[in-house]
Design a protein around this ligand. Structure first.
Ligand code: ZN
Length: 155
């Protein structure tokens, strides 16, 4: 499978660490949660599902910055304890091959295309979206909950 056409961008470590400081400071928009069911809380930093018993922080993240018509802030999870940022950036994360929606944006943060990925090959869908020269990046979100999962950029 060709994977050289894209580059996975997990949540930056500085944002995960800021969320950890936020929950320590009892920020009103940061919640500390103990996961009780598998497949419910994806960590955007290590790009793995949190396991039952693990603690996660739920907080709002501006995947598309303010000041745009397509601005979007929504809830995401990160592990409460330090975890290793996803590093296999030329490989699509195995735990998120299904139940995702891919939104293609241009360089002005405008949504120009979108595809549901559930049972199809995510690499092939990414390759197809990046064939459009206007596609600057693709945001991967939960198809059901709509929450931002990670970003994909051109390699
Ligand atoms: Zn994690």
């Amino acid at each position: 499978m060709k994977t050289s056409s894209f580059h996975i961008v997990p949540l930056p470590t500085k944002i995960a660490d800021a969320a950890r400081r936020g929950v320590s400071a009892a920020a009103a928009d940061h919640a500390l949660i103990t996961v009780d069911s598998p497949g419910s809380s994806p960590c955007r930093h290590c790009l793995r599902w949190a396991q039952p018993g693990e603690r996660v922080i739920l907080f709002p993240y501006a995947a598309i910055p303010s000041g745009q018509p397509y601005s979007e802030t929504g809830p995401i999870f990160v592990h409460a304890n330090d975890c290793q940022r996803y590093s296999a950036t030329n490989e699509y994360p195995t735990e998120f091959r299904n139940g995702r929606v891919f939104r293609a944006y241009d360089s002005n943060y405008k949504i120009i295309d979108a595809e549901i990925v559930d049972g199809s090959e995510p690499e092939a869908v990414l390759q197809s979206l990046f064939q459009n020269p206007d596609t600057a990046f693709v945001d991967v979100r939960s198809a059901t909950h709509g929450c931002f999962t990670f970003r994909v950029q051109r390699a």
